[in-house]
Design a protein around this ligand. Structure first.
Ligand code: OAD
Length: 236
């Protein structure tokens, strides 16, 4: 396609793409996520043990979305989505809504979304109210206090895996942006894409745990590097 020779692209994004928007990454220098150990707020066991803490944590993250905006990297991927004539799938591990607010449409949230909830009583997935801590009613079955964040916690199965696996098998370019490569299955997508013959590129602030697996790596801020990469691809 165009001068690049690529037809089908899969882009994987992680917390690093939202860092310049002011959304904290997971594995900061102190190893804490907004003051909490990940296992205290991002496992089904944590929710069972202390649902009030976990609900309050995600209520705060959901409220914080109103104070952040998409950055140049989100906008560049939305531009790619609008202009790329071949296949494209943007797979985000992020639970914020910055890709879609920038205008990206060919995308999936593999770890769920802050703005969604599901009902533990009837299983219905639905738009999340602003707060879940106060036990709102399920939009479908009416049960109170049974909505949990529609977030994939450790030990749970990521979403859209069939579609993602099919896209990885068919792509000829795989690009990973702003992810530490510490959490599977996403960390293994690069090997999968390579196995099927794709060219693989990492864009990250620093070398990730899997940098050596990529054909090519560019290190720096996503807000600088992603627009350059997209511009070159679309003009290539
Ligand atoms: P991490 O916090 O583990 O990694 C973020 C990566 O982004 C790091 O490698 C940073 O160096 C890089 N980074 C930071 N600022 C950047 C910038 N301005 N430009 C480019 N890169 C930058 O976040 P994830 O890899 O997304 O899962 O974490 C993966 C999963 O672990 C999350 O989806 C979440 C978490 O536990 C669940 O909640 C299930």
């Amino acid at each position: 396609m165009r001068g690049t020779g690529f037809q089908s692209i899969v882009v994987l994004t992680g917390a690093g793409i939202s860092a310049e928007s002011g959304v904290p990454t997971f594995r900061g220098p102190d190893g804490l996520w907004e003051g909490h150990r990940i296992e205290d707020v991002a496992t089904p066991q944590a929710f069972h043990r202390d649902p009030a803490l976990v609900q309050a944590f995600y209520d705060a993250r959901r409220a914080a979305l109103a104070r952040v905006e998409p950055n140049a990297a989100h906008r560049a991927l939305a531009w790619l989505d609008a202009e790329w004539p071949g296949d494209l799938l943007i797979v985000t591990q992020n639970v914020d809504d910055l890709h879609e607010r920038a205008g990206a449409a060919r995308m999936v949230h593999m770890h769920g979304e802050l703005k969604r909830a599901f009902c533990l009583a009837c299983g219905e997935r639905q738009a999340a109210p602003d707060t879940l801590s106060d036990g709102p009613a399920c939009a479908r079955c009416g049960a109170h206090g049974r909505l949990r964040p529609d977030i994939v916690w450790f030990g749970e199965m990521p979403y859209h895996m069939d579609r993602i696996e099919a896209a990885l098998a068919a792509c000829d370019l795989f690009v990973s942006i702003g992810t530490s490569g510490a959490v599977y299955p996403a960390a293994g997508f690069v090997q999968g894409a390579r196995h099927y013959g794709a060219h693989t590129l990492e864009i990250n602030l620093e070398p990730s745990e899997g940098t050596h697996v990529f054909h090519e790596a560019r290190h720096g801020r996503a807000g600088d590097l992603v627009p350059l990469w997209v511009g070159a691809l679309l003009e290539g």
